[in-house]
Design a protein around this ligand. Structure first.
Ligand code: AMP
Length: 213
């Protein structure tokens, strides 16, 4: 099975962590639009330049930029053409409509997490700027304080994981992205999973929702 799956959920709900586990399990690429954008910013591309301000403020990057980017990944020559775990897209109903034109999804998972837990988790999130590994100072700390287990680089906090930006991202999510879940519910594709549990437990529930139909 090489499924085409979308993971929805607030920032910090665990989409990235769960997407990694699913990608490994099914042997399909994990496509994170947030990671792709951060790479564009790092490389100083035109797209990165256009996206950076929105990202730093915790706002959404305009739909037309995002849709063009995702078409490149999921279209006929893209790495997600034979299955994918998509994380961070779609975030608006317009994006969901555009995605429906490109691919037929097998399942959409909505990872549910209350706002206070979102703020708590994101405040404690640290990332390795070199290899991209993600840590949580409370839930999954590195073995040596402040250093990446994989490559030893000093860990950093994402610009948009500061408390005032976290609150804004959550508001944006509730206003613009929560309707996306409704879009998929109406099409019978949506399954809700409680994200406020240990990683392994959530993984099992997500697998059941994908494999069990
Ligand atoms: P993430 O790593 O998924 O939290 O994404 C980080 C930031 O990238 C978001 O706060 C947005 O500014 C931008 N971004 C990522 N995916 C999208 C998307 N599908 N639509 C609009 N903006 C996005």
């Amino acid at each position: 099975m090489r499924p085409k799956v979308v993971l929805l959920g607030a920032p910090g709900a665990g989409k990235g962590t769960q997407a990694e586990l699913l990608a490994e399990k099914f042997g399909v690429p994990h496509i994170s639009t947030g990671d792709l954008l951060r790479e564009e910013v790092r490389q100083g591309t035109e797209l990165g330049r256009q996206a950076k301000g929105y990202m730093d403020r915790g706002e959404l990057v305009p739909d037309e930029l995002m849709i063009a980017m995702i078409k490149g990944c999921l279209g006929s020559g893209g790495r997600g053409r034979d299955g994918f775990i998509l994380d961070g897209f779609p975030r608006t109903v317009a994006q969901a409509e555009a995605l429906a034109e490109i691919v037929k999804l097998d399942r959409v998972i909505d990872l549910r997490l209350p706002e206070e837990e979102v703020v708590r988790r994101l405040s404690a999130r640290r990332v390795c700027p070199r290899c991209g590994k993600v840590y949580n100072l409370v839930l999954s700390p590195p073995k040596r304080e402040g250093l990446c287990d994989e490559c030893g680089s000093p860990l950093v906090q994402r610009e948009d994981d500061r408390p005032e930006v976290i609150r804004r991202r959550y508001r944006v999510y509730m206003e613009e992205s929560a309707p996306v879940a409704e879009f998929y519910r109406r099409r019978g594709l949506l399954r809700e999973v409680d994200g406020a549990r240990p990683v392994e437990e959530v993984h099992r529930a997500v697998l059941a929702a994908i494999e069990g139909g």
